[in-house]
Design a protein around this ligand. Structure first.
Ligand code: ZN
Length: 215
């Protein structure tokens, strides 16, 4: 497995010696100035640069199980450090929290963390998401399918993390000064569609339907 990764790198290295070499060299010589801070899941199938067709330098990325931003009071230093650097120093104009349908972390929270054995850190990490999932279950009709609950919990989990962002002073200040915009996304592993949260309708709508045709 690791051999195939190294073979992959060799291929990458040789390829980059060609066309994109100058671009990457220029990028390395400059300060980074990403367009957005992206908070996504560690899931190996959800690759932010792939699903947004971004280039090196475009996204500052935080990935963890179930795309969680703990509240400042329950701060995870890793998430807090990246947030502070991206918003306070790099001045990213956008923060995107991107969940995904089919998220195993959210599924574990929906099913109940009593089923998670021998993984104490994961248990602790997902405990707030379990609370979110419980609220979702209680707001859906009693005959809602497990799939419906799971999908709704994925969406609610994204909205919860957007709320948490403002508990960090650096984000609260940037929001107050209109220097940053927050975005809630959900990527669909199955259809490959991207759903964007619209606070006017309080729904996630397919990105393709929202985009205006290019002139
Ligand atoms: Zn996930």
């Amino acid at each position: 497995m690791v051999d195939s990764l190294l073979r992959g790198h060799t291929k990458y290295y040789r390829k980059k010696v060609g066309g994109e070499r100058d671009f990457l060299r220029r990028l390395a010589a400059e300060h980074q100035s990403p367009d957005a801070l992206y908070v996504g899941c560690s899931d190996s199938r959800v690759i932010p640069e792939m699903l947004t067709q971004s280039s090196p330098g475009d996204l500052f990325v935080i990935r963890n199980v179930a795309n969680i931003v703990p509240t400042f009071e329950n701060a995870d230093a890793s998430v807090g450090a990246a947030l502070e650097y991206a918003v306070g120093h790099l001045k990213v104009p956008h923060i995107i929290v991107c969940g995904h349908y089919g998220c195993g972390g959210v599924k574990a929270a929906v099913d109940g963390l009593e089923h998670v054995h021998g993984m104490p850190s994961l248990h602790e990490w997902l405990t707030p998401t379990e609370t979110t999932a419980r609220v979702v279950r209680n707001t859906l009709p009693a005959d809602a399918s497990a799939e419906q609950i799971w999908r709704k919990a994925v969406e609610a989990n994204v909205l919860e993390q957007l709320e948490h962002l403002a508990t960090y002073a650096v984000v609260a200040k940037a929001l107050e000064n209109d220097e940053v915009e927050l975005h809630g996304w959900v990527y669909d592993l199955f259809s490959l569609g991207l759903y964007i949260y619209d606070d006017e309708t309080d729904r996630f709508a397919l990105a393709n339907d929202l985009l205006k045709p290019q002139e």
